[in-house]
Design a protein around this ligand. Structure first.
Ligand code: FAD
Length: 436
């Protein structure tokens, strides 16, 4: 059996590795258009501050490593087309320009997403996105060759926030541009007021309702008329699925995303898809579609796909809860379940603020939690913000939502208690009591 994987990072390489582990005979080829495979996208922002001390630590595997494991990884090879009738892909070797048609028995698509570059910033030499290792290299080279110590970050989503924090930690003067007044939009406005204060405390110049209209040399002009110093610009305004090469194929796309079933199959039986480019559904609200562009979902589905390819139908994908967590200057911001936009506006919720540990201990820290639920008590969405203990509550809730998920039954959950770790009635128990 010949298995071809398109995309050699999170979803693609994990599927290939899982398959190799299960199936010792399959011939596995991975085609990656970039220069690297299997690097830690999630760690890229942390190299900026040198929290990740060495760049080499971001590279988990090289093509040579994979070859030793019996996986043929071809970097600088872009897949241009898929013919599902002949079961072939057309692939271009970017260094030579040679194009070949290659047959497959099973095809796995993990092309990920591409960061959006704003029109006004295209062809601006100091303007970058940060999604791939080679883009981090370009940013670092630019900083060094131009002796930069100032940056403008455009966008305040997950990556914009991480990049901002890491440049601050590196000692850069940081300006953040947000096109409206809602920074980190996944979180409810009244739960994130501290974010605005914290940015100020950290010396970040936040420009709300602002957009860059043009850049001239190192100066950027905003829609407000203000002219900024912009010797380096990082654009983090979202991603689009990398599926243009599939547009003229029989593989179904919905708004550019690839819908998949419980085995990760597309509408074509022998073609699977995983990662940022797929469309699936929420686990707890299956009628609602969702794209979860995060690393852990790619890993979960890769396992299911690898097993299915090898003939094991025991494992099934049943959607994602879309759990996410973000570090923000000593605060943690976390959520699970429906996004703000997927939640009906009048959904009822319980708000609760409680210390992470016993109040008589040193340095208790408040956690603000909000759980939305339906008339049957099913938890639809949970949000947590605070300095300590947020990850624990998030992870307990996410696990609970995968099993029972009824808000009233939170009264019964058991979490370990001693004063340094929590309270006898944990924050999540308290929300259960409030819901009864
Ligand atoms: P990718 O890992 O992006 O891999 C897709 C690969 O496919 C790319 O290398 C691309 O070059 C290649 N490709 C595309 N088209 C073709 C083609 N036609 N031919 C050949 N190759 C092709 N997730 C979390 O859960 N937690 C985090 O903290 C987190 N932090 C992040 C920080 C940053 C800066 C970034 C960029 C992402 C972060 N993520 C995080 C998201 C996570 O990295 C992605 O969800 C994950 O990498 C998606 O895996 P993927 O395989 O779909 O795409």
């Amino acid at each position: 059996m010949k298995v071809i994987v398109v995309g050699g990072v999170a979803g693609g390489m994990t599927t290939a590795s899982q398959l190799r582990r299960i199936d010792h005979d399959a011939e596995i080829h991975v085609f990656e258009k970039g220069p690297h495979i299997s690097f830690a996208n999630c760690g890229l922002p942390y190299y900026i501050s040198r929290e990740v001390e060495k760049r080499t630590m971001l590279v988990e595997r090289t093509p040579e490593d994979m070859e030793k494991r019996g996986i043929h990884a071809h970097v600088a090879h872009e897949v241009l087309d898929v013919n599902t009738k002949n079961k072939t892909i057309s692939v271009k070797a970017l260094e030579t320009g040679e194009i070949k048609n290659i047959r497959y028995n099973k095809l796995v698509l993990s092309p990920g997403g591409r960061s959006v570059m704003l029109n006004a910033l295209k062809n601006v030499p100091q303007s970058f996105v940060l999604q791939q290792l080679h883009q981090l290299d370009s940013i670092e080279d630019y900083i060094e060759t131009h002796n930069v110590n100032e940056v403008v970050v455009v966008g305040t989503g997950f990556i914009g926030i991480e990049v901002t924090e890491n440049f601050v930690r590196r000692g850069f003067k940081v300006t953040v541009i947000q096109h409206n007044n809602d920074i980190y939009s996944p979180i409810e406005p009244d739960m994130k007021e501290f974010m605005y204060d914290t940015l100020k405390e950290q010396g970040v110049d936040l420009k709300l309702n602002s957009e860059i209209l043009e850049v001239d040399g190192n100066k950027a002009t905003l829609n407000t008329g203000e002219i900024l110093n912009a010797p380096l610009i990082i654009v983090a305004v979202g991603i689009k699925p990398n599926t243009t090469f599939l547009e003229d194929t029989d593989i179904k796309l919905e708004k550019g995303y690839i819908p998949v079933n419980e085995f990760g199959q597309t509408n074509i039986k022998d073609v699977y898809a995983v990662g940022d480019a797929i469309l699936t559904h929420y686990t707890h609200v299956p009628e609602k579609p969702v794209n979860v562009a995060l690393a852990w979902p790619a890993h979960r589905l890769a396992f299911v796909i690898a097993n299915h390819i090898s003939g094991n139908t025991e494992f099934k994908h049943d959607g994602f809860l879309s759990t996410s967590i973000l570090e923000f200057f000593g605060h943690t911001i976390a959520q699970v379940g429906l996004s703000r936009k997927d939640l009906d506006k009048d959904t009822k919720y319980i708000d609760h603020i409680q210390a992470n540990i016993a109040g008589y201990m040193k340095n208790p820290e408040k956690i603000h939690a909000r759980l939305y639920y339906d008339d049957d008590g099913k938890i639809l969405r949970g949000v947590f913000v605070g300095k300590e203990g947020v990850d624990k509550r998030l992870n307990v809730l996410a696990t609970f939502m995968r099993t029972d998920g009824n808000i009233k039954n939170l009264i019964n959950i058991e979490v370990g208690y001693a004063p340094p770790f929590g309270t006898p009635k944990d924050l999540l128990n308290m929300i259960g009591y409030k819901a009864i």
